[in-house]
Design a protein. Sequence first.
Length: 106
Amino acid sequence: MAWIVLIIAGMFEVAWASLLDETKGFTRFGPTVGFLGTLAISMYLLSVATRTIPIGTAYAVWVGIGAVGAFLVGAVVRGDGTNAGQVAAITPLVASIVAVKLTAHG
């Protein structure tokens, strides 16, 4: 169950990271509220997951989900330019996240 909570926390990290640009330096009310809400939920769920999963493992997976997810949102939703080199560089990160999960105890 802790791993499911951690994955959801990572998804909320993707949400707040993706909203950050929309806040325009925290000058836009709606996106700022969305950013703060998703950030709070993400942090809370991360703290719940670390009741069972060691912090180093949980944090590595959480950050990895956020980094890969924000990259994908940028490329797919926002139309950020990407290239084969960037995709090649992000691929080992995905493999590393999976490897951390597969080798974790608990």
